[in-house]
Design a protein around this ligand. Structure first.
Ligand code: TLP
Length: 344
């Protein structure tokens, strides 16, 4: 049996989730007639403390709809250099919204209010217009780190001082909430738009949700259709999302515990370098001291363990509900056997 730690997106729907999908009441959601989708949207709006929400096929679409409804072509969007939007969304902001991205150093998982203030333009004719600031919580490439509440408050307050709009990529906001012991709506409060994913740690097969004011959601709904994201009897998928919120979300702390165990085992190996302080949720990011990440990944693959490269020497392992603590222990046994010799 493979131990698949490539991402928390690889989970299969649980038996209870499949049953909920089978039994879902459905209707044509393009006409706004799918009762299960409506229930999901209402539930997420409530959890995030926003007026309304929109079910979308993916996290990318949630982020891109947010950028679309908060900007005009030619505007500038300030975001982290390590963010998902900047690195992994195929250049969509340029294509869909006609905006320019202004990346700031967010190595720890965020940029400072001071760096943000310096990046804001001055309104000259020859400058792009600063319009939107995006944050990511938890921050994927930083290693699943949680952006603390005081940082969220400081950065968003600074953005508002300059009259900027705010979007939160909360693909794993659930994990941030569990790690901080703070409800999602507190982490979402300063933002105009928040996108969350059901298909990552929560274990639904498909789906993300964008939450915002009723006006912004009405606008996003129009662009979702334009992009081909208007879905019909999609209550079968929304049912998986509702099930995940109720039955899988309360278990996320277990995934954090698996990541911690894995990280502590990796820290014992001189072949690798890991910052344990960064292991706060379900992502374990570590560096290879000698040789390449690809070489280590190939050796692990031979043993049935899958992880991904996050750079030439950097590896990411992500825990989720389809890997057990026993799988983590087996992974550590394999890592110790392969890489246990001291580095010289
Ligand atoms: N992240 C995926 C990869 O694309 C890297 C993963 O395996 O972690 N925001 C964040 C912070 C994400 O981590 C992801 C997916 C998305 C948005 C996009 O979600 P999808 O894949 O549903 O479009």
């Amino acid at each position: 049996m493979l131990i698949d730690l490539r991402s928390d997106t690889v989970t299969r729907p649980s038996p209870g989730m499949r049953r909920a999908m089978y039994e879902a009441e459905v209707g044509d959601d393009v006409f706004g007639e799918d009762p299960t989708v409506r229930r999901l949207e209402t539930r997420i709006a409530e959890l995030l403390g926003k007026e309304a929400a929109l079910f979308v096929p993916s996290g990318v679409m949630g982020n891109q709809l947010a950028i679309k409804v908060l900007t005009h072509p030619g505007d500038e969007v300030i975001l982290g250099r390590e963010s998902h939007i900047f690195n992994y969304e195929s250049g969509a902001p340029a294509l869909i919204s006609g905006v320019q991205l202004h990346p700031l150093d967010d190595t720890p998982g965020w940029f400072s209010p001071e760096a943000l203030a310096l990046a804001v333009r001055h309104g000259h004719d020859w400058e792009p217009r600063s319009r939107l600031v995006c944050l990511e919580n938890t921050h994927n490439r930083a290693g699943g780190v949680v952006v603390p509440l005081d940082v969220v408050e400081a950065v968003t307050t600074e953005a508002r001082r300059h009259g900027l709009a705010l979007h939160l990529d909360g693909a794993r906001l659930w994990h941030a909430s569990v790690a901080l012991g703070v409800p999602e709506h507190r982490l979402a409060a300063p933002f105009d738009t928040v996108s969350v994913c059901l298909s990552k740690g929560l274990g639904a097969p498909v789906g993300s949700v964008l939450a915002a004011s009723a006006d912004l959601i009405a606008e996003a709904r129009r662009f979702r259709k334009l992009l081909g994201g208007g879905m019909r009897q999609v209550g079968v998928l929304a049912a998986a999302g509702l099930y995940a919120l109720e039955h899988h979300r309360p278990l996320l702390a277990e995934d954090h515990a698996k990541a911690r165990r894995l990280a502590e085992g990796i820290a014992e190996l001189p072949a690798f370098e890991i910052d344990l302080k960064r292991v706060q949720t379900n992502i374990v990011r570590f560096d290879v001291r000698q040789g390449t990440a690809e070489n280590v990944l190939a050796q692990l693959r031979e043993e049935g363990v899958l992880m991904v490269a996050f750079g030439p020497r950097t590896i990411r392992a992500t825990t989720h509900r389809d890997v057990s603590m026993q799988d983590i222990d087996r992974t550590l046994t394999i890592l110790h056997r392969l890489f246990g010799r001291p580095a010289n």
